[in-house]
Design a protein around this ligand. Structure first.
Ligand SMILES: Cc1cc2nc3c(=O)[nH]c(=O)nc-3n(C[C@H](O)[C@H](O)[C@H](O)COP(=O)(O)OP(=O)(O)OC[C@H]3O[C@@H](n4cnc5c(N)ncnc54)[C@H](O)[C@@H]3O)c2cc1C
Length: 405
């Protein structure tokens, strides 16, 4: 068992820390840094991305031969939480959803020709991307087996008709990954495709208003009425759309956890600074046992999430799917982010409810964590299935080391 940070990551962590502290945290304090959807202004983002590129830290999760640093899941876990000490962090390093997950899946499953066309411009920060899966009723949400958007083969092309919604980033994306129905099987009835925003036959119906701050490009509702996709833009084989989704969502869920752990630590940092100064009824808030218990509870929840996240990252790095591990981390960290923001707001009193700190931003953002990339209840189902499956096969679900993939 070795919980030490590998030497090659220590320098990178220090570089990320310095950039977040020196460049991003001051900008967060300036209302002029924000766009109308409470995210960093695009022109400012371009400047900061240029600085990150100059440091050699842009798209660090991508292979070296494509311009990244070849960080595996463990390295990502170490760096992403530090990036997200700032609400602006991940997108400046090109480590934010949905581009992060889209780059990850394209680098794993696309052909070299497809990578040149669809992946490389995202790595270089020239274009943004979206992942299109969720549909309104009676289409697929938690259950991808219900997907109704259909791609029909016509010669060497596929023609798409359907309806999707909550597609993050669609308003600014140029490259899209679409999951559509191409057959009737519950496991092999879906296929994945790439298409470009300028391809005719689809539109954004609306940008759906949400309760929290938005990613660039928002969360959009789309319709498809005859989009034509050449077969060369099909990703993986016909019928492997669910497999592609699982490959994408496994790591994407975990990278959400990595980032959210950084936001949760930021909440503690703000609350701790407040209670260290603020006095009432003759003593500092920080000296009250009830305050210490609240801070201790959040610190423990964060570290529990970090351990679950790191174990899942390590198992992924060993080539495992780590599905129950990722589900456990996702549930734990989503709840922890909410707990950390809520506790910090309470400890900061009126200041916590104001917009003078980033706590209320994080609090509103945090509510989506229990829904996106699988509702917590669905992840509980995944864990339970893995546990029951291990019992049936006589395996030790709680074994250390590699799991029972
Ligand atoms: C901010 C945001 C960004 C998103 N970005 C994207 C995106 O980029 N691309 C994309 O394709 N989708 C995206 N989504 C959609 C997201 O993936 C879905 O919301 C999620 O998969 C759940 O699907 P649903 O909303 O249809 O909920 P439903 O499937 O309708 O489920 C509703 C609720 O029912 C309960 N439930 C469902 N299944 C079970 C079960 N098996 N056991 C117990 N309870 C259950 C849960 O409480 C769940 O929250 C985004 C959503 C949000 C909120």
């Amino acid at each position: 068992m070795d919980f030490n940070v590998p030497a090659e990551h220590q320098g990178l962590m220090a570089q990320v820390d310095a950039f977040v502290a020196d460049r991003l945290l001051p900008l967060e304090q300036d209302p002029a840094s924000f766009d109308e959807h409470e995210n960093i202004r695009e022109d400012l983002l371009e400047v900061l991305r240029g600085e990150v590129k100059a440091m050699g830290l842009f798209s660090p999760q991508m292979p070296r031969e494509r311009g990244g640093l070849g960080l595996g899941p463990v390295g990502q876990a170490l760096l992403y939480e530090r990036m997200n000490r700032s609400i602006f962090g991940p997108v400046c390093f090109n480590c934010a959803a949905p581009d992060d997950g889209n780059m990850s899946v394209l680098s794993k499953v696309a052909t070299e020709t497809q990578k040149d066309r669809w992946l490389q411009p995202i790595i270089d920060g020239q274009v943004r991307s979206s992942f299109i899966m969720t549909e309104p009723h009676p289409g697929g949400g938690s259950d991808p087996g219900m997907i109704q958007t259909r791609a029909e083969r016509k010669g060497d092309r596929w023609v798409v008709h359907g309806h999707k919604w909550y597609i993050t980033g669609a308003g600014v994306a140029s490259h899209f990954i679409l999951i559509a129905k191409t057959g009737e099987g519950s496991r092999d009835g879906l296929t994945a495709f790439a298409f470009h925003k300028d391809d005719p036959g689809w539109q954004i119906v609306r940008r759906i208003p949400i309760m929290g701050p938005e990613e660039h490009g928002g969360h959009c509702e789309l319709t498809f009425d005859g989009l034509e996709i050449p077969d060369e833009n099909r990703l993986m084989e016909v019928g492997q759309g669910l497999k592609l989704t699982q490959i994408r969502l496994g790591l994407a869920r975990l990278t959400h956890c990595m980032r959210w752990l950084g936001l949760a630590q930021r909440c503690m940092e703000i609350a701790n600074a407040y209670v260290a100064k603020r006095e009432g009824f003759g003593i500092k808030l920080a000296d009250r046992e009830s305050v210490q218990m609240q801070l201790g509870r959040v610190a423990m929840a964060i570290d529990t999430g970090r351990l679950l996240t790191m174990r899942a990252a390590w198992r992924l790095e060993q080539g495992q799917k780590a599905r129950p591990d990722i589900s456990m981390a996702k549930i734990q960290v989503a709840e922890t982010l909410h707990l950390a923001a809520d506790t910090a707001i309470q400890l900061c009193g009126a200041l916590g409810y104001s917009q003078d700190t980033k706590l209320e931003w994080i609090y509103r953002y945090a509510r989506q964590a229990r829904l996106v990339d699988g509702a917590s209840e669905v992840h509980q189902m995944v864990i339970s299935r893995a546990y029951q499956g291990a019992q049936t096969k006589g395996q030790d679900f709680f074994a250390w080391g590699l799991g029972n993939d």
